[in-house]
Structure formats: C-alpha cells, structure tokens
Design a protein. Structure first.
Length: 259
C-alpha cells in the first residue's frame, strides 16, 4: 500500500520540476536570444524494484511486486529553433538568421577568461570603443576584441559580419556553430559553453544589423502546459489523500471493539 504513496510523491515532484522550467521560460519570454527549455520524464529503473542480498533472500535477487515505481525527470533540454526577428534600428543591435552563435569572452571572479557563445546580439560600445554585450563582456572578432572609434560617424556591419567604421574595415565578427548542440552547457539565460566532445563547424547564419532575435518561447503553449501540469499535480495529491484516509481507517478503525 505504501508504494502508492511513493509513486504519487514522485509524480508531484516531477510536475513541480516541469512547472519550474515552464515558469522560467515564461519569465524569459521577452529576453533577447533566450531559448525555450523542455523536460522529459521516464520511469524509475527496474533494478530499483529488486531486493539484492537482504536478510530474507540472501544471495538471490527477487523482484518486489509488479507495480509502477513512479516517475523521474529524464533530462532538461533546450529548443534551439530560430526566434522571431524584431527591428530596433540600433547600430550595435545584431540578430543571427540561421545557425550560429556570437562569441564573447567572460572573465569569472577568479580572473579566468572563458569563451562562451550567445544568440543575444544586444551589444554596445564603451567609452573606450570596445564592443561588449549587456554584461560588459567583450565581443570577439576573428582578430580578437573588436574596437571601434567612438567618434566614428558611420558604423556598418555586413551580413557576413564585416565591421566597417567610416569606410575603414575594422574586423569580422566571429560566428561559430557546432555539430551537436547536446555538447553545450548553459550559463545564465543566454550563454553557452562547449564541453568535451563539442565540434565546431562553419556557421551559416547571416547577421542583420539593427535587429535582435527574440525569445522562441510560445507563451500560449506554456500557459496550456502549466494548466496540464497543475491538474496532474492535483491528481497525485488526491492519490495521497486517498491513501491517508485508508491508512487512518486501518490504524484507528479496523479491529476496534464495539462496546
């Protein structure tokens, strides 16, 4: 009987995790370059339903019944599909149309520099003429950090990433793509860093100056999923209440002597 309580609890925990992910998606529905996240679910491994060398069945494995052991989170994965393109008119607002990522260098609190990748193209120019992202991380070109004269009257960035200031070529934006996005680890809301096994390849994305790529979160779908999750959570709560009622009767009423 108590296994049902455990199964219902795993269901509630799974739905809570799904709700957390959807809430984060909705909170970032207006975040430039944000990519929607999803959660998969799977049954607990069958080996967890087997007694291994306990006192009652020494040296023999024995299955513990045939009921479901509940559900667990399979994985949280990212949907990298293209977000909508919005025109801003900003000189340093850039969007990628196609596959690829901007390259930025991030310095951590220990002073170590990490190369990370993003679809968030809301860039700006510092007083010193350094092209940076919203957090002040330097945007990388093929020749390293990109520096533009702050007094330049005309700055243009071509679809291939060539940066030109007052007719003079400065550098070319470093746009990178990967063979398999499963080898990218997420940092914050819009940053990614490759892990062991990641393989770079030539990017096919075109750069659009004066535009930004919006989040690919579909708010209506997220709200529908949230309702579904809430109902599933409530269903598991009802199971636990039912078991609680049965246990109460078993302990307090079954076998009671009537006076």
């Amino acid at each position: 009987m108590l296994r049902g309580l455990y199964t219902a609890w795993t269901g509630m925990e799974n739905e809570q995790k799904r709700l957390d992910v959807i809430s984060n998606n909705m909170a970032n529905s207006d975040t430039v370059g944000y990519k929607d996240e999803r959660v998969t679910s799977q049954a607990f491994d069958q080996v967890l339903a087997i007694k291994v060398r306990d006192g009652s069945q020494a040296y023999h494995n024995q299955a513990i019944g045939h009921l479901s052991l509940g559900v667990k989170i399979g994985e949280v994965y990212t949907d990298y599909t293209q977000g909508s393109i919005r025109q801003t008119g900003g000189t340093y607002d850039l969007a990628l149309s196609g596959n690829g990522f901007f390259t930025v260098n991030v310095t951590d609190k220990n002073g170590d520099v990490h190369t990370r990748y993003t679809r968030n193209g809301q860039f700006m120019l510092t007083k010193e003429g350094l092209l940076v992202d919203a957090d002040g991380n330097p945007v990388q070109g093929e020749g390293g950090e990109i520096r533009i004269n702050p007094s330049a009257k005309s700055v243009s960035i071509s679809r291939t990433g060539v940066v030109t200031a007052d007719g003079e070529t400065i550098d070319t934006l470093k746009i990178v793509d990967f063979e398999d996005y499963d080898y990218l680890r997420k940092y914050g809301d819009t940053m990614y860093e490759p892990v062991d096994g990641a393989t770079e390849k030539d990017a096919t994305a075109e750069i659009l100056q004066g535009y930004t790529e919006q989040s690919n979160v579909k708010v209506v779908k997220e709200m529908v999923d949230m309702i579904t999750i809430t109902r599933a959570y409530e269903a598991n709560q009802k199971v636990i209440r039912s078991y609680d009622s049965m246990l109460d009767r078993a302990v307090n009423q079954v076998g009671r002597l009537q006076g």
